[in-house]
Design a protein around this ligand. Structure first.
Ligand SMILES: *[C@@H]1O[C@H](CO)[C@@H](O)[C@H](O)[C@H]1NC(C)=O
Ligand SMILES: *[C@@H]1O[C@H](CO)[C@@H](O)[C@H](O)[C@H]1NC(C)=O
Ligand SMILES: *[C@@H]1O[C@H](CO)[C@@H](O)[C@H](O)[C@H]1NC(C)=O
Ligand SMILES: *[C@@H]1O[C@H](CO)[C@@H](O)[C@H](O)[C@H]1NC(C)=O
Length: 364
């Protein structure tokens, strides 16, 4: 395939909650009834890979942000970056250059996909300023041999502290502009640093100018990877009438298979996303129904003085203060995101395939 663009695929076949699971595979899947299948990016052949590496300009940076508003307040970072590199932008404006885009930036205006790709193929660095979150562009830049430099968010962005997430039904905490790139791609292709720490920012740019990287596309973003995932879902998605009986789980085959399940207790104040991540596992909402039982508390040696059932997205969880164990009453509220210092959560973690994190090792 040579489409020179990224395809987005949604698949609405009900169930398997992809919500709060695999950004950016989960982009737009805010509810569990909509499975988002992810992106596909173009794969390069050997000739193209070599040509890209040959034509790279070591001192060329492209800024991620088509709208002038995304550049607002970034003059300090841009000035630092400009000490080392020539900065290119693709900001749209009608007549006058917006004041947010400094004069030293070579602005190309909005580019057609093929032209943007040519720009990325020459650039060494693709830099994000924190917004938009979890878009496909950084993966495309990495696939075209760029290094993606992005801000680490400390504290993480969430519905509590950022307009974008406010009012959305999620308690996800986003640790950087592109957490997938941070956690599953990483160096040398992705640098995630505190942009407010000028020494760290400076050091990252100097290091980036010293190293060479090859174009890289994680398997899950190739056409074959997408088809593998699609196949696994179509073969295995339980239908919604089955889900309605989920509380009587043992009657129904599970997918992902139960063999992948690792029961983990979070620390107080820790979400299941973090608890599983710390164990080098993934939190799998589809497996919550198997751990939403009294026996799970016993298995973790939590001494339940009482056992209640409530509607609260942090449950099942153990409250140390009251020695209370809480089960989830509404299976639609199962969520890996979210934490409270009052609770140690019960987390359904699972292993994952490298390059196809949406699937467990025994999922195929
Ligand atoms: C590599 O891809 C380019 C662009 O699609 C194509 O023109 C070329 O023939 C391919 N080369 C090989 C060796 O397949
Ligand atoms: C830098 O600090 C300011 C103020 O503390 C904060 O608003 C901003 O989000 C920080 N930027 C990054 C990229 O962390
Ligand atoms: C969904 O599951 C129910 C109960 O197992 C079954 O009767 C029905 O045929 C299934 N529907 C589809 C579309 O697979
Ligand atoms: C599970 O389903 C079986 C029959 O399908 C029923 O006999 C049993 O009582 C159910 N168990 C629970 C805990 O609901």
């Amino acid at each position: 395939m040579h489409v020179g663009m990224i395809l987005l695929c949604w698949l609405e076949i009900g169930s398997i909650s992809m919500n709060d699971l695999f950004p950016p595979l989960s982009l737009a899947a805010h509810t569990p009834d909509n499975s988002f299948m992810g992106f596909v990016a173009e794969e390069l052949n050997e000739t193209e890979r070599l040509a890209i590496q040959r034509n790279k300009l070591n001192n060329m940076a492209v800024v991620y942000g088509k709208e002038a508003s995304m550049w607002k307040g970034k003059a300090t970072f841009l000035t630092t970056l400009h000490r080392y590199m020539e900065i290119h932008g693709t900001v749209y404006f009608e007549t006058q250059r917006p004041p947010e885009v400094p004069a030293f930036v070579k602005n190309h205006g909005l580019l057609a996909q093929a032209e943007l790709q040519q720009l990325l193929r020459r650039a060494k660095l693709f830099i994000g300023f924190g917004f938009p979150y979890e878009g496909p562009a950084p993966l495309e830049a990495i696939a075209n041999g760029c290094i993606f430099l992005q801000p680490k968010f400390n504290p993480p962005h969430s519905s509590l502290n950022h307009e974008f997430f406010r009012g959305k039904p999620t308690s996800r905490k986003v640790s950087s502009q592109h957490p997938y790139a941070e956690q599953h791609v990483g160096r040398p292709h992705v640098y995630t640093v505190d942009f407010n720490n000028s020494e760290e920012f400076d050091a990252a740019i100097r290091e980036i100018m010293r190293i060479d990287v090859e174009p890289y596309l994680p398997y899950e973003y190739t056409c074959e990877g997408m088809l593998e995932r699609l196949h696994a879902y179509i073969q295995n998605q339980p239908n919604s009438s089955v889900l309605a009986w989920a509380s009587n789980a043992s009657d129904f085959p599970s997918w992902p298979p139960l063999s992948a399940l690792r029961l983990v207790a979070s620390l107080e104040g820790q979400s299941c996303v973090e608890a599983c991540q710390n164990a080098e596992l993934f939190c799998e909402p589809a497996l919550f129904r198997f751990i939403n039982i009294r026996e799970a508390f016993n298995a973790l040696d939590f001494p339940c003085e009482g056992l209640d059932s409530e509607m609260n997205h942090l449950l099942p969880a153990f409250s140390a203060e009251q020695a209370e164990c809480g089960l989830q009453q509404d299976p639609l509220l199962f969520s890996c995101a979210g934490s409270s210092i009052k609770y140690r959560r019960l987390c359904p973690c699972r292993d994952y395939r490298n390059g196809q994190v949406a699937l467990c090792r025994d999922c195929l």
